[in-house]
Each structure stands twice: as C-alpha cells, then as structure tokens.
Write a protein that binds this ligand. Structure first.
Ligand code: PMP
Length: 461
C-alpha cells in the first residue's frame, strides 16, 4: 500500500483499520464479527460513516469534545493561516496565538491568571499535581504532598492521573499506582450514602472530605481534585450546599483546590466553566476537550497569580521555578483554533443556547420518565445530561450491561449516536449520556429524545 486513497475505495480503509489500528476503550474481539465504525465526514451536528449512514451526534464526537459542531471553516482557516506563519516553537518562548488566547481565556475566569499549555486533559491534570507537589516541597518540607480525589471522578489515563482515578474499572490491572493519592466519597444523592437529602446531603458529603483530611493528617494533604459535574462516572451533579462547604474545608486546612474542567470547560454546562455555577474560587483549573472543539489538540492548566508567584525564582532557591516542559504545548494550531472557538461561542450566543436547549432536553427526559419506568433518574447541567436506567425504581437495581448496549445500538440504528456507559459498576455506569454540540436546535434535541423513547420501548417494552 502506498498511502494514497481513492475516495471510492472505502473497503481498503476498513481493512487497513482492522489490520493496524488499535482503537481506544474497545475489546477488539468485537471486530471479528462487525467492522469498526469509521467516521468519514462531519457537518454541524451530523456525521457520516463508511456506509454513507447519517447520524445525529448527541455526544459531540463521542466524548464531549466538538462543542461548536463539525466543519467550521473559520477555525480551519485560523489554523491554516497560523501554521503558514509559524507552526511551532517551544513554549519557553511565546507566540501570537498563545498570548491572545490566554488573554481571552483569563478574561472569562475572574480570579485566575496564568495559562500553562499542554496537549491532553491527563497531562494538564498532571501539571497541577506536580505544581501542588512542588509547593509542598517549597512551603512545607515536602510534607503536604497528598492529593485527594473523589470516588467516581476521572482525571486521565496516565499513571499519576490513574492514581487519582475514582473509577476502579479503569484502574484495575495497571498497578502498582503512584503513592500519595487518597480517595474521598462521592456526592451522589440518587444513590445516597447518608440518610439525608438536599442541602443536608451536600454538607454531609463535603464533611466526608474533612474526615479524610483529619484521618490523613491536615499537615500531609496539599490538594483536592474534583470534577464540577462528574462526567464518565455517571453524570453526577453536586447536591446543593456541597461546593460552599468544600471551599470552606479547603480554606480551613490550607488545601489547594483543583477543578478538573476537562469535560465541563468552555460552555458545556451553560457557563464558560462548570465551577462558575457554584461560586467556587479554585487554585487550579484544568481543561481540554472543548477548548478548541477538537479542531486541534490543546489543553491548559490555569492557576491564580498567587500560585504562579510561588514559582518565581529567588536567589535563595535557584530550583524554585516550575521545571517542566510539554513539547506540543508549543504547537500554535491549538491556541489559534481555541481563540476562534471562543469567538464563535460568543458571537453565536452559544452559552445562552446551551442553557435553553439543556432545559428543553431535561424537560423531554423528565417526560420520558413518566412513560418509561426503566428511567430511575435524570440529571445534568446545560447540554451535559444523563439518564440512569434501573430494573426497579424502588430497589434502584441497575439494568444489565447488555440492555444498556442494546439501547445504545438501537439509537445508533435509528441514526442517533448517544453515549452509553456499559462498564460493570452497579448503579453508576448504567447511565445514558447526552452531550450534543452547543449549536443544537430544538429539532435536534427532540430528535435525540424521540429516538431514545423508541429505543427504550423496543428494548424494555
Ligand atoms: N478529566 C476528565 C474529567 C475527563 O473526562 C478526561 C477524559 N475523558 C480526562 C480528564 C483526560 O483527558 P485526556 O483524555 O485528554 O487525557
């Protein structure tokens, strides 16, 4: 094979994929009986596969990424122009899009100040972990080095982020993991761990974090890393009162608060960042997926000026600066695409659309609950929603993995790609996930929920 491709020769693409591509998060045995899905093209909310089948993409590229939709010529042009001017230079120097995007981003993040460029969400999270560790060494003789993470939250696939991984099924068989990461309980009221509700539940779930800090020793805990709304762990929205108490606890014990906005960041929940809906003042905010809507790889670890100041060189400590590099953090395509992505979100009022369409979708899903007893709970924020399927509403016994897969396959057969987590964690992964692009129209939303309605009828009657 010489690398050229005749547009009509799709079978060659499928064969090359089956022979050489190792797909993400897939048991490849499946491809012995079915061909992998190959997405050839996308426009707006829709994509087309190798069989010419059209799908409405209800998950923004599968994993909450293509926030402004496919086929945006203005982003492609911004990237093209930038690449012709300067494709890359190591981030020890600056660049035009690096400066302009950081200025624009920080203008939407009151209280935050500095942008550290990297290439993936995992890597951005690792940078925050490293900064927290280095602060522990600089200020506390290395003692305050432990980082807390929450059950069901996910922060990435590298060894350190897996060590902060709250989803056991993603971590098993990859140990030994890195030391110094400690788990705190999740805050999911639907599957309550405490016999409380509403604000009282939120306060209690946050108090559980304080209990862990006290058990570990406050002088050993340096950071707390949380998703504003837990994504892959089951679309878990925080109960009222939770975040206020979390912030108080961090302050009380001098624990740096790291918010992982890899999914929620750049509009997904209807505000620029998910944390902004809860009045939180973070020390670190990490982001990736929606930053450039997938048009280029870019991720960032954003800090306050206070954090940044701690890394300024001083004569007494020549090793004081952040001794870290990320080669592709110097790719200029990322910030060039990201800047244009933000312009689109502003000019097309996509935050407002996200709130309106999110409300519509939530209403539609709640209406489906009346019809389908199999829906035990619907939850989410903006265009980031989930429907948890249970065999019995009283016991909350989850439906089987097979049934979740059937619902997802049925939606696909009817032309809508939804997210369905069928890994086997009872109660938390039996969730249908919806995260359409922020450009979704009322018709798109209704098409998604009508399709889910038909798929549920087909699978559960
Ligand atoms: N944090 C969260 C909340 C995520 O959902 C993900 C990816 N699904 C990551 C971090 C890791 O991002 P990446 O895959 O870009 O490394």
């Amino acid at each position: 094979m010489d690398g050229t491709f005749n547009e009509n020769d799709i079978s060659r693409i499928v064969e090359a994929d089956k022979a050489h591509v190792w797909h993400h998060l897939i048991q490849h045995k499946a491809f012995e009986t079915n061909d992998p899905r190959i997405i050839l093209e996308g426009k707006g909310m829709r994509v087309w596969d190798q069989n010419g089948k059209e799908y409405l993409d209800a998950v923004s590229g599968g994993v909450w990424t293509v926030n402004v939709g496919y086929g945006r010529e203005s982003i492609a042009k911004a990237v093209y122009d930038q690449l012709m001017k300067l494709c890359y230079f190591a981030q020890s120097a600056g660049s035009i899009p690096g400066s302009l995007f950081s200025e624009k981003l920080i203008s939407k993040m009151p209280g935050m100040s500095r942008v550290y460029y990297t290439n993936s969400g995992s890597e951005a999270n690792e940078k925050a972990f490293k900064m927290i560790r280095q602060i522990a060494h600089k200020k506390y003789d290395g003692k305050k080095h432990k980082i807390l993470y929450r059950d069901r939250d996910y922060h990435g696939g590298t060894l350190a982020t897996m060590s902060a991984g709250g989803q056991d099924e993603r971590v098993m068989q990859y140990g030994p993991l890195a030391p110094g990461f400690v788990r705190v309980p999740h805050c999911m009221e639907y599957r309550a761990q405490w016999d409380l509700s509403g604000e009282e539940y939120g306060q209690r779930a946050a108090d559980a974090i304080e209990e862990v800090i006290l058990a570990e020793g406050p002088d050993t805990v340096g950071g707390l890393c949380l998703e504003p709304v837990t994504a892959g762990g089951g679309v878990i929205t925080p109960p009222p009162g939770y975040w206020e108490r979390v912030q108080e606890i961090c302050k009380k014990y001098d624990v740096l608060l790291h918010i992982d906005e890899v999914v929620c960041g750049i509009g997904r929940t209807g505000t620029w960042f998910g944390y902004q809906q809860y009045g939180i003042k973070p020390d670190f905010v990490t982001m990736a997926k929606g930053v450039a809507s997938g048009y280029a790889a870019i991720a960032c670890c954003v800090t306050t000026e206070e954090v940044f100041e701690m890394f300024k060189d001083d004569a007494s400590d020549p090793m004081n600066y952040f001794r870290d590099i990320s080669t592709f953090g110097g790719c200029t395509a990322g910030p060039a695409a990201a800047l244009e992505n933000m312009r689109i979100i502003e000019d097309e009022n996509l935050l407002e659309n996200t709130v309106n369409m999110g409300e519509r979708m939530m209403g539609n899903l709640q209406a489906l609950m009346d019809k389908h007893k199999v829906i035990g709970d619907v939850r989410g924020k903006g265009l980031f929603l989930g429907a948890e399927l249970v065999a019995d509403r009283a016991s909350k016994e989850p439906v089987s993995e097979k049934e979740i897969a059937q619902v997802s396959a049925e939606c696909g057969a009817q032309g809508v790609i939804i997210g369905a987590s069928n890994r086997s964690v009872p109660g938390l992964n039996n969730v249908l996930c919806f995260s359409p692009a922020l450009i979704a129209t009322a018709d798109d939303i209704d098409q998604i929920t009508d399709t889910v309605d038909r798929a549920l009828t087909k699978v559960f009657g």
